[in-house]
Design a protein around this ligand. Structure first.
Ligand SMILES: Nc1ncnc2c1ncn2[C@@H]1O[C@H](COP(=O)(O)OP(=O)(O)O)[C@@H](O)[C@H]1O
Ligand SMILES: [Mg+2]
Length: 410
């Protein structure tokens, strides 16, 4: 394999940071992280471009830093998408099995998926993902791969993710203008789920919440498949703002204080714990009770958890989460967040840290990099699939869509 082909690149466009990660495939099919670059995310807010020039510059900065550490040029990447413009819903497609032998072929699967995606979308929306959940062959349901089975009627259940066309195009065009081709846009929480969830959790039922600076992105898995996605407009920056307002300090100071001393559950903070707080206007630092800070943070943490719970409840999955809830994204670093979430959800909650890669692993073992690492893992899976499918693709039977769907699915 040429050196260039061994490299997989994930580009995470978050509200807080742009992260570019370069992975290198080793002989054994593992991936080593060989490059990492981050930049403050300027010009992008909640997944939408608000200043094109600034957004392009941030992307370039992160990409150049990653290129420098990896010693390779980045020309294409899997790119994360998020934002309140992203919506997910379930759909279903039914076809009659075509062949005389009634043996289900990939072509039947493709037609069933085409039927499922043929929903009328409101103007200005486009499909980002069509993710098959399971198949029904005649009366038999819960089938994960029907190819080769016999039947006369094939039905597929899918989760469709759509995005606002303009918002999506604007963000992808910034990536292009920064000199990187978009191999595939990937829903943020779908990417994160690759790096923080275990196959068991996905099988038994789990909700992943990726909490970034501006949004909390939810994905619900059960029986190994994705059933529900949602994006909620609340993130770590709301906690920082509350501190800035509540303790009257500039945002950058509030951010530092949150990371250093913040706790989302007041009950975890001792009465006698104190913290030094920088003052404005050159005055001497103040010493304050740490409880004052947690009293500011706790209501916001409660609001966030209730918002997530309402969404899970509205979608009807509250009884499906046998593996509980996994919190990831930079804001999941906040001390006490897992504990308060456990109290509110009344189920097991854990912090999801990206795993599955070697190399510069120390730097990326942080919930903040869940998405970027997940993009690399997804790219690896697709690469492995491409290699396995190479002879069949030669026949030219699979359209891009189906290739994409099979990549997502298997
Ligand atoms: N140690 C920490 N404690 C509390 N919050 C944190 C900590 N580290 C990062 N955060 C918060 O995480 C958020 C950024 O999340 P991240 O997933 O890195 O970004 P993005 O918004 O780009 O998806 C910010 O609001 C930041 O304040
Ligand atoms: Mg993020």
């Amino acid at each position: 394999m040429a050196r260039r082909e061994r490299h997989l690149v994930g580009l995470d466009l978050g509200t807080s940071k742009v992260a570019a990660i370069v992975g290198e495939l080793t002989g054994g099919g593992e991936v080593e992280i060989v490059g990492l670059g981050t930049a403050d995310s300027e010009g992008i807010r909640r997944g939408a471009v608000i200043n094109q020039e600034a957004a392009i510059a941030s992307i370039q900065k992160a990409v150049e830093a990653a290129e420098l550490t990896a010693g390779v040029e980045i020309d294409n990447a899997l790119v994360s998408l998020t934002g309140t413009h992203v919506k997910g819903f379930n759909s279903r497609g039914v076809v009659a099995v075509a062949g005389r032998t009634r043996e289900i072929t990939r072509d039947d699967v493709r037609r069933a998926i085409d039927a499922a995606r043929a929903v009328s979308l409101p103007n200005g929306r486009e499909i980002l993902h069509v993710l098959p959940q399971d198949f029904v062959v005649d009366e038999e349901d819960g089938i994960s791969n029907p190819v080769g089975m016999s039947g006369s009627r094939l039905e597929v259940n899918v989760h469709i993710v759509t995005g606002g066309t303009t918002t999506t195009q604007n963000i992808l065009s910034c990536v292009n203008k920064a000199g990187v081709n978009v191999r595939e846009p990937v829903l943020e929480q779908l990417a994160s789920s690759e790096s923080v969830l275990t196959p068991d959790e996905r099988e038994l039922g789990v909700a992943l919440v990726d909490i970034g600076g501006g949004t909390a992105d939810l994905a619900i898995f059960e029986r190994g498949f994705l059933w529900h996605t949602a994006v909620m407009p609340i993130g770590g920056d709301h906690f920082t703002n509350d501190i800035a307002v509540g303790l009257r300090m500039p945002i950058p100071e509030a951010e530092k204080l949150k990371r250093r001393c913040g706790c989302a559950l007041s009950a975890l903070v001792g009465d006698d714990e104190t913290m030094d707080v920088a003052s404005v206007g050159g005055r001497a630092p103040r010493t304050m009770a740490r409880r004052i800070l947690s009293d500011v943070l706790q209501p916001r943490a409660e609001e966030l958890c209730h918002l997530v719970w309402d969404e899970i409840h509205r979608a009807g999955y509250e009884k499906s989460l046998n593996s509980g809830i996994v919190l990831t994204g930079g804001a999941a670093n906040l001390e006490g967040l897992v504990q308060i979430a456990e109290q509110i959800f009344d189920m097991p909650v854990r912090r999801g840290v990206p795993a599955g890669l070697g190399g510069l692993a120390d730097h990326i073992v942080n919930p903040s990099f869940a998405t970027a690492v997940g993009l690399i893992l997804r790219a690896r899976r697709q690469r492995a699939h491409d290699v396995n499918q190479a002879p069949r693709r030669g026949i030219g039977m699979l359209t891009d869509l189906v290739r994409g769907v099979f990549k997502e699915f298997f």
